[in-house]
Write a new protein. Structure first.
Length: 442
């Protein structure tokens, strides 16, 4: 039999190990709370889907995005919503980029994540200092420093907590099992339930998981790139129409008014596309206010009451072009631009209506989740020298693996993170420029 005193010492080791595990978990929670001050204390395995509290500092979803998010200096100087001039390039380089999540955190002290954070990912570089900061050699450690302020990191809280919990249970259970084995010479039922599995299956399956994640991420990036190219084509064709209109129309008040009507119709097309590709809850109020403010009452009511707003805006633009006093060859050239715009709109509609096949997305998510939940049990024997290191190692690995899948999810639907507001403001500014070009050309 084992001496009685030896059993007592083993129990003391078990108690001290349990206290150490609890203290490490508490320290990790304290660190997360320090860097994410607005995070609410909720139990484990409960998703944190809370909305930002409305306050004067939090911008409204239906407000003019270009002013309140991208060009705060223009708003401060009482410029109207047509101005798209950026900040002076000589501004302080260490200030966060306007409209970024860093700027939002500095203004409100809150960390947006999930669906709330997508509006702060509509990145537009308008200053040379933006690219300089983007290429900064300090970017690696800066990004690591603000890891807990990342919207993606907070989105992954539930998955990382689940994997960390499995690692904690494995450490606690196997430590208790090791402490109880010397107390008796007879085998017990407890001795057959060691929470560890061979690591060879994970080494063999890691290649398949990597291929699934790579293909998933590449497919999502291609959808994002296709959406960006379609929006770019729409904007460029609308600008071509403004150029041709301001150049080909005859001089006089009638020609100048027709240039302005064509420009407003081009703006209505792009603004309708934005409303069509975004969530109605986010866009409807702002779209209605912008249309009523920009267009005449009759045109605005017809556009708002239409079931297919981009198609109606395209039809209105085509009607204006048909009334222009220009030859048929030039009308055909402008009609080709409208055909190209319509094709790009349908391509965007295809992307927003048809996601990557759900069977592929779900299989990847199930494979990844099961693989990561069992990974701590496979790595347990590798941490024989210090079992407690299994907990942070599991959290670290799960964070980046789940992050790859989250990256693919974020890119799969591109239009809520593409800066469509900037393009609409740009087209509205081009309308004024086209009127001036027409006047000077004559």
């Amino acid at each position: 039999m084992v001496p009685r005193t030896r059993g007592y010492w083993l129990y003391y080791v078990l108690v001290l190990s349990s206290i150490a595990v609890i203290e490490i978990n508490a320290a990790a929670s304290s660190l997360v709370s320090q860097y994410a001050p607005t995070r609410r204390s909720v139990p484990s395995f409960v998703p944190q889907f809370h909305r930002l509290k409305s306050s004067k500092k939090v911008p409204s979803k239906c407000s003019d995005y270009v002013l309140q998010h991208r060009f705060p200096l223009a708003l401060k100087n009482n410029r109207n919503d047509n101005d798209i001039s950026s900040e002076n390039s000589s501004s302080t380089p260490h200030l966060p980029r306007p409209g970024s999540m860093a700027a939002f955190y500095k203004e409100t002290g809150q960390v947006a994540y999930g669906e709330e954070s997508r509006q702060y990912r509509r990145t537009v570089f308008l200053r040379t200092s933006d690219w300089a900061n983007h290429r900064s050699p300090d970017r690696l450690f800066t990004n690591l420093r603000y890891l807990f302020r990342s919207g993606v990191a907070r989105q992954l809280t539930r998955g990382v907590q689940s994997v960390t919990t499995v690692a904690l249970v494995a450490v606690f259970w196997n430590t208790m099992l090791t402490a109880c084995r010397p107390l008796t010479n007879r085998p017990t039922l407890l001795g057959y339930f060691s929470l560890s599995i061979p690591s060879q299956p994970f080494a063999l399956s890691s290649f398949a998981l990597g291929l699934l994640l790579v293909f998933r991420t590449n497919a999502s990036y291609q959808r994002w790139l296709e959406g960006q190219n379609n929006i770019t084509n729409i904007v460029s064709q609308l600008k071509n129409l403004l150029r041709m209109t301001s150049t080909w129309l005859p001089a006089g008040a009638e020609g100048q008014q027709m240039v302005k009507d064509t420009g407003l119709a081009c703006w209505a097309v792009l603004r309708s596309v934005q409303s069509h590709l975004r969530s109605p809850e986010q866009e409807e109020a702002g779209f209605s206010a912008h249309v009523r403010k920009t267009l005449d009452e009759e045109t605005a009511e017809k556009l708002l009451s239409s079931k297919d707003r981009p198609f109606w805006a395209i039809h209105d633009l085509s009607a204006i072009i048909q009334k222009m006093p220009i030859d048929g060859g030039r009308v055909r050239e402008m009609d080709k631009a409208i055909v190209s715009i319509m094709c790009s709109i349908e391509s965007c509609t295809k992307s927003i209506r048809y996601p990557i096949p759900l069977v592929y997305t779900r299989l990847t998510a199930r494979f990844l989740t099961a693989w990561l939940l069992l990974l701590p049990l496979a790595m347990y024997e590798s941490f024989a020298q210090n079992r407690l290191l299994l907990v942070p190692a599991s959290a670290f690995i799960s964070f980046f693996f789940f992050g790859i899948d989250e990256l693919a999810i974020q890119l799969e639907e591109p239009f809520s993170i593409l800066p469509l507001e900037y393009n609409c403001a740009n087209i509205k500014q081009m309308v004024k420029q086209a009127v001036l070009w027409h006047a000077k050309a004559q």
